[in-house]
Structures are given as C-alpha cells and as structure tokens.
Ligand binder design. Structure first.
Ligand SMILES: [Zn+2]
Length: 408
C-alpha cells in the first residue's frame, strides 16, 4: 500500500472507526511516515475548525454547498454530535444571510471620483495564446511581441519579470529588449518572486499527493531543492507582498487547504481548511501580511494567518476565481461568471459590476491602485478603478486566450 492508498483511511482512523487490525497498521505506518502524519494533522485541524463553526457569526451563511460538505463529514463519529445542533440555527440564519446579500447588492450608485490613466512609459506584459506581448498602456498600443511556448508562465518582482518557457527561465529587464537566461533544466511551475527579486519559487509535484517548493537564486541560477515534501495536490499559489509566506491551495483527502509556508525554511507552518473551495480557486494576499482572501465561484473566504479560527465565508453572486486584490487590499476586481467585471469594496461589502464588450479572462491592478487591467481574447482594457466604463482604453492584442497580465 502506498501513502496515496492510505490517505482515504485517515478520516476513519482519526475517529477510531477502522477495524482494530487496520487501526494498528495505520498507527505503525504513521510512526514512520512524516507525509501521512502531516496529512493527519491537517485533518485534525479541520475537525477543530468545523467544531468552532458552531459559534461562528458567519455560520448562518453556511448554505447549500457548505452544508453538503459538512454532511459528507458527518460520518465521522466525533463530528456527529455537534453537527445536528450546528445546522439547526434556522430562522435567524436565513435573515442574517438575506441581510448580507442585501448589503452586497446595494450599489453605491456611481462612484465617480477622479479619473486616472497610466503615466507615460507604463507597460504591462501579457501572455496571450503563444505570444508574449509588451503593451505600452499609456499610448494604448502593443510595443512588441515574442513567441513563447504554450506552457510559458510569468511572474514579477522588483521591477523585473521572469518568464519560464519550457524548462528555461529568462529574466526580462525594464527595457523591452533586455533578456537574460537565468537557468535551464528546471522542473515545476512558477509560484512567484520575492519583493527584492532575488529569489524565485517553483512549485513541483512529488507524486499525486505531495508537492515541494524549490528556490531559484535569480543572480546565479542556483536551485535549492525542497527536501521536505508537503502533503496535498497543489493548485494555485502566490507570495505575500512582504515575501515572507508562500500561499498554496492544496487538496488533502477530500478537502482544500490554504497552506501558509515560510518562504525561508519552506517547511509547512499552517494549514487552513476551506470548505467547498477548490485548489484552482485564487488565493489573494493583503498587504498586512495577515489577511488572505480566497476567491471561488460565487463566494469569498477570508483567512487570518496565525489564527486557528475558521475562515469567514461570504457569498458574492457572480464572482469567479479570476480575481485580483488592489495594492491597499481594500478592493477586489474580478471577472464575473457572465464575463463582465465585479468591483467589491471589501470593508463595506458594496459591489458594482461593469459589462464589457468582450468576455474578460484576467484582471491585474496597477501598483498605484488607481486603475486596473482586464483582458479578454484579443483585447486589453485599461480601466480607472473609480470611473465609468466609458472612459476605459482598449488595446488590441494578438489572438488567443490570455493567461497572465504582469506589471512591467
Ligand atoms: Zn505515508
């Protein structure tokens, strides 16, 4: 039996429901396997957090999908006793949920404040289809293009961009034609860059149920391999703005966790279970280094790093994982399930939507926070964060789905 086979036995093991022989077999395996021990620790945390939901003010919003997720776990004996009581909070719950929805839908009319436009020289890089596109956003035109592989990925840090195309890593300098090969023969996908641009992190699968995070020194191209694989199937990942934590959404048994990993040691420090969320949802790190938003279909979760409390869940009708957080962490811009845009003011919960001509796939905030970029196939729009749709600029892109937009 492999660890992969054993992971399905961990929940019944945890609640003592396995036949004695299997229980003993698993105890033995756990005593010698750090990966399975870590997976079991994650499960125990989930259980504690599920239990804490009983007194959570956000609990009334545990509608539909979350209730279903809770029911799936009802089998475990230890959860059974409180679950019935927890889900009975009927009438008050419905009213509270309706209130939150009303708040989210109450649009502030037109928040027309000051218009903003990118200053001269502003650039972004876009991966559109198999083309890397250098866009002069102030002039509203494409400044240059280069062919790249379909698997290429782009990250940014310290005013530089790194492109991983195939297994080769390139550094793209501030000048459009400044390209330097950093390293070759790399495996994994780009997770992100440190704010000083000295380190890049690569997310590497270790079998079907574990992942590792390798570090690349961008000056020398030296790769430091992670020798402590973490349990779970890794999905989307990002770096906190201070560069101290790596945030990875990972599936362990049938639950998605937000893993908060110290970027220096790369040993696992925290795992927060996210009921009904999936590894391909989007973790968004706020500048305070503490708050992490996770955008999923129709809902948003807020995780406090360093807290063992359950995440707060908020329904946001129309929200998709194609979302970005403003640099001050107060606003969310996201593609809606209809292909339009949704802007949410996170402190107040107020949202407004923008209907574009095309169907957007990606959004990126400018570092100023005054405007953001939204891309649809063949089109990049520069949109003032507080203005009207009518004032946006459209740049025509080469055809193909847009996979990334990066500041340059
Ligand atoms: Zn194992």
């Amino acid at each position: 039996m492999t660890c992969h086979d054993l992971k399905h036995l961990l929940p019944p093991y945890q609640s003592g429901e396995l036949p004695p022989a299997q229980q003993e077999f698993l105890s033995l395996h756990l005593s010698g396997c750090a990966t399975c021990r870590a997976a079991l620790a994650d499960l125990s945390l989930t259980q504690r957090q599920l239990e804490s939901l009983r007194g959570d003010p956000w609990q009334p919003q545990l509608t539909g999908r979350i209730a279903a997720a809770l029911k799936r776990r009802q089998k475990t004996r230890t959860l059974g006793h409180w679950l019935g009581a927890g889900l009975k909070a009927g009438g008050v719950a419905a009213i509270a949920a309706a209130l939150v929805l009303a708040l989210l839908l109450a649009l502030p009319g037109d928040l027309l404040l000051r218009p903003a436009a990118p200053p001269v020289g502003s650039r972004v890089l876009v991966l559109a289809g198999d083309t890397l596109v250098d866009v002069d956003t102030a002039a509203g035109r494409v400044a240059g293009t280069a062919p790249v592989g379909g698997q290429a990925a782009l990250v940014t840090g310290a005013g530089k961009n790194w492109l991983l195309s195939g297994s080769t890593l390139y550094e793209l300098g501030p000048a459009p034609d400044e390209v330097r090969q950093v390293a070759a023969g790399l495996t994994g996908r780009l997770l992100g860059a440190s704010p000083d641009g000295r380190t890049l992190w690569l997310l590497r699968d270790e079998g079907p149920d574990a992942f590792a995070i390798d570090a690349v020194d961008t000056a020398t191209g030296t790769v430091t391999r992670d020798t402590e694989p973490k349990p779970g199937t890794a999905g989307r990942a990002t770096v906190t703005p201070d560069g101290r934590s790596l945030l990875v959404l990972a599936r362990v048994t049938d639950l998605t966790f937000l893993k908060v990993i110290d970027s220096n040691s790369r040993t696992r420090v925290e795992a927060h279970p996210l009921l009904t969320f999936a590894p391909d949802d989007t973790p968004l790190a706020a500048p305070d280094g503490q708050t992490v938003w996770v955008a999923g279909p129709g809902r948003l979760a807020r995780v406090q790093v360093g807290s063992t409390g359950a995440p707060a869940y908020t329904p946001v009708p129309g929200l998709t994982p194609a979302a970005a957080l403003s640099p001050d962490g107060r606003q969310l811009a996201a593609v809606t399930d209809a292909g339009g845009l949704l802007l949410a003011d996170l402190p107040s919960g107020q949202t407004r939507t923008i209907q574009p001509a095309g169907r957007y796939q990606h959004v990126l905030w400018d570092a100023s926070g005054d405007w953001f970029y939204a891309a649809a196939p063949g089109q990049l729009d520069v949109i003032p964060a507080r203005g009207r749709t009518a004032s946006h600029t459209t740049v025509v892109l080469p055809s193909g789905p847009v996979r990334t937009i990066n500041a340059r």
